[in-house]
Design a protein around this ligand. Structure first.
Ligand code: OOG
Ligand code: NI
Length: 267
């Protein structure tokens, strides 16, 4: 699988699922901006067949290397990010749910979903773009949500890009995050305010904002229901103490960015 094809497919599926993606693109194009993506984010279950390492395979094969490692104790998640020497390629942030830290009930529910995945799909280089290969009831998704918003999202949507992120520092005019946020809000987009509208600081090397996830109609085995899907993120990177652009992620900020898909925040 060609890396560019994989990225293009992740983008296509993401844009098709989430109406706000095209809207933001049109708004930025209308403002004379050309969008470059800073990173994409993927989510998965912490099961050896489909964990971070499994999802990262096609990226590593294409020359990406594992960089930072992150831990989100309260959400019971770990994450890594992968970087390529080609600065034109987006960073890839992959998180996984630490199943062993959840109740036997949640673990059973996830086992039932993963039992439905054909063995050869786990080996497929495009596993991260396969969407939801399991049948699941909306009631089941809501049962998972009681323990983890992340688990509910993953059960509903499966393997796909959770978000793409605009590299704000690459924009021509809206290259400061407060100005970009004001522009988006003025055009009716709703931003995630958990932990403040802007997470991080120039001193940390990274400022981030994100929209609230679009709520979309999804088919489940017990009917069609509206659930929070994906969001769009905006990241402004700054030079670190060594004068080079900071290329990592900030745990305290990421922890709040995850909440852009929470049921209670979604627009
Ligand atoms: C990832 C949230 C963290 C970032 O840039 O810090 C993140 C997710 O919601 O899956 O994307
Ligand atoms: Ni992100």
């Amino acid at each position: 699988m060609e890396l560019h094809d994989l990225l293009a497919r992740l983008w296509r599926d993401y844009a098709a699922l989430n109406p706000q993606v095209e809207r933001v693109g049109a708004l930025l194009a209308g403002a004379g901006e050309r969008v470059v993506h800073d990173h994409i984010a993927l989510r998965t279950w912490g099961d050896p067949r489909c964990d971070i390492e499994a999802l990262a395979r096609p990226f590593v094969r294409a020359g990406y290397r594992a960089a930072g490692a992150y831990r989100f104790a309260e959400k019971r998640l770990v994450a890594r990010h992968f970087a390529h020497d080609d600065p034109a390629l987006p960073l890839v942030f992959i998180s996984e749910l630490i199943l062993a830290e959840f109740s036997p009930d949640l673990q059973d529910r996830v086992r039932c979903l993963l039992e439905q995945v054909p063995e050869d799909m786990f080996q497929a280089p495009d596993l991260c773009a396969r969407g939801r290969p399991w049948r699941v009831a909306h009631a089941e998704v809501e049962a998972l949500r009681r323990e983890s918003e992340y688990a509910a999202w993953l059960a509903a949507f499966g393997w796909r890009a959770n978000h793409f992120t605009v590299a704000v520092h690459e924009l021509a005019n809206l290259s400061e995050l407060p100005a970009l946020d004001a522009f988006l809000v003025a055009h009716g987009l709703r931003l995630n305010t958990a932990g403040g509208e802007i997470k991080g600081s120039p001193a940390q090397g990274l400022e981030q904002s994100s929209t609230l996830a679009d709520v979309v109609e999804v088919e489940f085995s017990d009917g069609t229901f509206a659930v929070p899907a994906c969001y769009y993120e905006f990241a402004r990177r700054w030079p670190g103490p060594d004068g080079r652009q900071f290329r990592g992620f900030i745990e305290g900020s990421a922890d709040k960015i995850f909440e852009s898909t929470d049921r209670d925040s979604a627009s």
